[in-house]
Design a protein around this ligand. Structure first.
Ligand code: PMV
Length: 310
């Protein structure tokens, strides 16, 4: 048992480029880290026996880490800190977030990984951080694939599959993406269960869609490595339609997609669990700002992301 939390910890947000949902069934996915996703700071409370508090103002989150609490975030946070054998009393933990919560950008994994780093310290080995974070991710997501926690911990551009784990994808040329939140919250476990129910009911219909999403990931990796943006855009559009066919779309996602197309986007797809959350939009080369401005004029709040080298 350590006696104090470490004062500062970071974790990356993540954006899934391809393979969401399919990754749950063993297919590959491609994801990228969003640097500066969440920073946590821990300071001692005057009363060392009081329950720790956790607040992330950008997420409207302000909770005591009360061991009796049935608040999901409190339970997850306590599970992570408990796994680290770290103190769960006597600290105020404050978070600064660059990504919205519950929108498919890995907010829960940023929280669990950053908490694990508060508990285990900056020099803790990645497997120990991931093992602790997974305790919390299980409370948030039931049976997580692990992709969110991996990217929150390591960042970069990552190919991930359940059986092979993670491997870095290193494009020589990077590209811009705009992430456009719909403002519609959704729950990953509910979306995952929804896909599971469809597959169980009609495996002959829906299993091929899962395999197709996995193949789209592999083609997408090739397009990213060759900086083939038109191909990447086509694959993004196809993946979006496939995810819609799996039942994880939302009218607001398609609205963002139409607006993005009208403003000149090359491609657009939902990212993460769907049912709300965010779209990712691929701008034409050199037109990221113009597209972001156009989307802003239409009432959206795009977030800039660079995938691969600057
Ligand atoms: O929580 P989200 O929206 O980032 O989605 C996670 C990706 C899923 O494939 C839908 C679930 C998983 O555990 O991989």
């Amino acid at each position: 048992m350590t006696f104090a939390l470490h004062p500062l910890a970071n974790a990356d947000g993540k954006v899934i480029l391809f393979g969401e949902h399919a990754v749950v069934y063993g297919e590959p996915a491609l994801a990228a880290g969003l640097t500066g996703g969440l920073t946590l700071r821990a300071t001692p409370l005057d009363d060392p026996t009081a329950f720790a508090t956790l607040s992330v103002p950008a997420w409207d989150l302000e909770i005591p880490l009360d061991v009796e609490s049935d608040h999901q975030v409190a339970r997850a946070a306590l599970a992570v800190l408990g796994h680290c054998d770290a103190p769960v009393r006597g600290h105020r933990i404050i978070g600064e977030a660059r990504i919205p919560s519950r929108s498919g950008l890995g907010s829960s994994a940023t929280l669990t990984v950053a908490l694990a780093r508060l508990g285990l310290g900056p020099n803790a080995p990645a497997p120990a951080i991931l093992a602790a974070a997974t305790e919390g991710e299980q409370i948030f997501h039931g049976a997580p694939s692990g992709i969110d926690a991996h990217v929150a911990c390591h960042g970069g551009v990552v190919r991930f599959s359940r059986d092979l784990g993670a491997s870095e994808v290193r494009p020589r040329v990077g590209f811009d993406l705009l992430i456009v939140p719909t403002g519609v919250p959704r729950h990953t476990a509910t979306q995952v269960a929804h896909v599971r129910a469809r597959i169980d009911a009609e495996p002959q219909v829906y299993e091929p869609l899962i395999r197709a999403l996995g193949s789209t990931t592999m083609a997408g990796i090739d397009a990213v490595l060759h900086h083939d943006l038109p191909r990447l855009a086509t694959l993004m559009n196809t993946a979006h339609e496939t995810l819609n066919a799996l039942g994880v779309g939302h009218p607001r996602l398609d609205e963002v997609r139409r607006d993005a197309q009208t403003e000149g986007a090359l491609g657009a797809k939902l990212t993460g669990a769907g049912g709300g959350g965010c779209m990712i939009v691929l701008p034409p080369p050199g037109a990221t700002k113009a597209l972001a401005d156009g989307l802003t004029r239409r009432g959206h709040a795009p977030i800039f992301a660079r995938i691969g080298p600057p």
